[in-house]
Design a protein around this ligand. Structure first.
Ligand SMILES: [Zn+2]
Length: 413
């Protein structure tokens, strides 16, 4: 990134700003975009695989999903970390079983589309998939409750191919506090990570599973940074200096991730990227939750199975009530993190298929990823820096996590 270009371009771009951000990318942007290895660290599509029988090879132009093999190709997406997210409410008592089912759903998609998609477990696999023009499918567990307080299950998940784990989701588990319920006095908190939680982090380091601090409470973040021996990621988090959502990251946290060598992958959800959207979503949250609960209760009363996807269309209706922010808010977060933490410490963590359609204007699916390259180019970022943001930084972290793992395993032999 070259600051002087940015300043001069600002004056030039101001008049074009609203259209340039969502118009088709220029030939130059497209060339820069298409020569990158692009990695997205968070998509919730496995919920659709499992609960909706969604086929990632589906080419239905009316499909509302943000991820498919066609959309990934159109956006030159090289690798996706599919989120293995177990809703703690609807899966009470059988977190591991649901974790295994979601893992299976990703493998099944790859098995059905061997010509266009492959399972990937390493940096080398991502590079191989890129050469073969296949989507590299990786998996990250979202929420430490999936390990059911059992370090052996953590190891089993690694063996099945899981390459990151978000220490908590929106729920505090028995060893780590979440930002999602940190103000709820009914929840028993731990002041960050417990001793077992710290052991989990170190075992992840040893295995070569990336530690993901998206969703965790601030104290959990600081405990993790203090204990981890490898760089961490925030697989889908934006900047709190721009939007006050408690799961966005403060500037101090961004600087700490930079010092740790990690990367913060910006979330595309309008609520985390635009303050007005966040405020409006908070204002309607009580009514929205009540509408969802009423629908779920009705489904249960009729004896129908209930999953996260059951009420997703209701959440979409509520999200659609709020005006979409402009595409530029997404670039603002990338730019802010690049300024505060450095351009080596920012990446993409879309949260595709997990936002109930609430994305900035023009970001409708993975096919729109080239618009990010255009947005960064408009702000004066160099080709080299854009390539880092699109995937190079995540590859560097993953490589370092692999190196630390080999080193720890060699020492413990
Ligand atoms: Zn999430």
């Amino acid at each position: 990134m070259k600051t002087f270009i940015r300043i001069s371009l600002f004056a030039f771009c101001a008049c074009l700003f609203s259209t340039a951000q969502t118009a088709a990318p220029s030939a130059r942007a497209r060339a820069i975009h298409d020569s990158a290895i692009i990695i997205d660290t968070h998509a919730d599509t496995p919920q659709r695989f499992l609960d909706d029988n969604f086929d990632i090879g589906n080419a239905d132009p009316n499909d509302i999903g943000e991820m498919s093999l066609d959309k990934a190709r159109a956006g030159n997406l090289s690798a996706e970390f599919f989120s293995i997210w177990v809703d703690p409410k609807t899966n009470e008592g059988h977190f591991a079983k649901h974790t295994f089912d979601l893992i299976d759903s990703v493998y099944e998609q790859a098995a059905h589309h061997p010509d266009r998609m492959m399972m990937a477990f390493s940096v080398a696999d991502i590079e191989r998939a890129h050469k073969e023009k296949k989507l590299a499918a990786l998996m990250g567990i979202e929420g430490g409750h999936s390990i059911e307080n059992d370090i052996r299950l953590l190891r089993d998940y690694y063996r099945l191919g899981v390459r990151y784990m978000t220490l908590t989701w929106s729920n505090t588990n028995e060893w780590g506090d979440s930002s999602g319920d940190i103000d709820d006095p009914k929840i028993q908190h731990h002041n960050g990570l417990t001793d077992f939680g710290k052991q989990v982090v170190l075992e992840m380091n040893r295995l070569g599973m990336i530690v993901d601090i998206s969703h965790v409470a601030d104290k959990t973040f600081w405990d993790t940074i203090a204990v981890t021996k490898a760089p961490v990621i925030a697989s889908h988090s934006s900047a709190r200096a721009l939007v006050t959502a408690p799961r966005n990251m403060t500037d101090d946290m961004l600087r700490a991730v930079a010092k740790n060598g990690g990367v913060v992958d910006v979330n595309f959800f309008s609520g985390f990227d635009d303050q007005k959207y966040w405020d409006a979503a908070q204002a309607q949250k009580k009514d929205e939750d009540a509408a969802v609960e009423a629908y779920l209760a009705q489904q249960r009363a009729e004896g129908k199975p209930v999953s996260y996807m059951t009420a997703e269309h209701i959440q979409r209706e509520w999200m659609a009530k709020i005006p979409r922010p402009s595409f530029s808010v997404l670039i603002d977060h990338i730019d802010h993190i690049a300024k505060v933490a450095g351009v080596d410490h920012v990446g993409l963590g879309s949260d595709f298929d997990g936002m109930s359609g609430a994305t900035p204007s023009g970001m409708d699916s993975a096919a729109d990823l080239p618009k990010i390259t255009q947005g960064l180019l408009d702000r004066g970022y160099s080709t080299e820096d854009i390539h880092k943001i699109l995937g190079g930084n995540v590859l560097r972290v993953f490589r370092e996590v692999e190196r630390v793992s080999h080193e720890m395993q060699a020492k413990s032999q």
